[in-house]
Ligand binder design. Structure first.
Ligand SMILES: *[C@@H]1O[C@H](CO)[C@@H](O)[C@H](O)[C@H]1NC(C)=O
Length: 321
């Protein structure tokens, strides 16, 4: 119990720390994704010309406040995602293991399905708990996206005037009900599903390749490089559905009938590369996020463990899982 709560807090603090550092890039990413929506390249406005230019003009016009719009929503989203990952991962994994193992072995002990480790099952469990988290957290991501695209100086997208996150949720619910809150939930689930299922395999693959090709030793440098490689591949897979999601979140009317309509019309009018608008801003967010989450998680996990043994007096042995 205290272990689960401990990892929930540790993981949450790590994710929120990482989000704080990279939130500016997320703001730029969203504005780049929305800029020139359904316009041909020569007609499209170029208010934001790239990652650095974006950060610069937002900072000059709107200050730090402009770059950090929607940050508290990002925290709530991270905690929701993190909670679902922690809460659903083990149950899904153990049930899948017992389903698969039962086929081969009769009279299986419950402990065996808990102890059994299989990479495909682990990846599947990670991805599905991530998808559930994305579904649960979608309203926060929606409000976050709208807060971030709001700009009194260089606006892109529908300008939703929300005073804060809570006000945003209330306004959406008041005007459109639950359906409005869950606008864009499908691309949000696809996006996180892509990201979660690609992350672990590419991490392990990169680690193996770095060891065999460059004879790197196990250690922080190897972990850092492998997580950077993994972050890059995650971004490549995640970005197209992420662009669709941002555009579904932006619309209040019925510009698009659904995610596929959005994808199709985006590619048709803006060219195939349009799905990668804002890619470098996304990369600038994901790379440090992956690295920071991993290294901060190490730190906060250690702190939590010390807190639990030192302050709460939980014996060391119960805290291994
Ligand atoms: C955002 O959504 C509105 C509809 O609410 C739409 O008219 C607009 O084209 C969309 N995109 C941008 C960049 O404004």
């Amino acid at each position: 119990m205290s272990t689960t709560l401990g990892s929930f807090i540790a993981g949450g603090v790590a994710a929120c720390g990482a989000v704080t550092v990279t939130h500016s890039f997320e703001t730029v990413k969203i504005r780049l994704q929305l800029q020139g929506e359904l316009q041909t390249r020569k007609d499209a406005p170029k208010l934001y010309r790239g990652v650095l230019h974006g950060v610069k003009v937002i900072y000059q016009n709107e200050g730090m406040r402009g770059l950090l719009r929607g940050l508290n929503c990002a925290y709530i989203y991270q905690m929701t995602l993190n909670g679902c990952r922690l809460g659903f991962y083990e149950p899904i994994r153990t049930s899948l293991n017992s389903l698969i193992l039962h086929r081969d072995i009769h009279h299986l002990h419950d402990t065996q399905s808990k102890a059994h480790q299989s990479l495909p099952v682990n990846i599947f469990s990670g991805a599905s708990s991530g998808i559930l988290g994305a579904a649960a957290g979608s309203p926060f991501f929606l409000v976050k996206t709208r807060l971030q695209s709001y700009s009194p100086f260089l606006p892109v997208g529908t300008q939703h005037k929300y005073r804060n996150a809570w006000d945003g949720l209330k306004q959406i619910y008041g005007a459109e009900g639950v359906k409005g809150l869950y606008r864009g939930v499908w691309p949000a689930m696809v996006r996180t599903g892509f990201g979660s299922s690609v992350q672990l395999p590419t991490y392990f693959l990169a680690k193996r390749r770095l060891v065999s090709w460059f004879s790197m030793q196990d250690g922080p440098a190897l972990h850092l490089l492998s997580s950077a490689c993994s972050g890059f591949v995650v971004c490549v897979f995640m970005h197209p559905p992420d662009t669709v999601m941002s555009r579904m979140y932006n619309q209040t009317g019925n510009l698009y009938t659904g995610a596929f309509d959005c994808l199709w019309r985006t590619v048709k009018t803006e060219g195939i590369l349009a799905v990668y608008k804002g890619f470098f801003a996304h990369l600038a967010r994901i790379l440090p996020h992956t690295i920071l989450t991993l290294s901060l998680a190490e730190q906060t996990n250690r702190l939590m463990r010390r807190f639990e043994t030192g302050v709460l007096g939980v014996p060391e042995k119960t805290k291994t899982s």
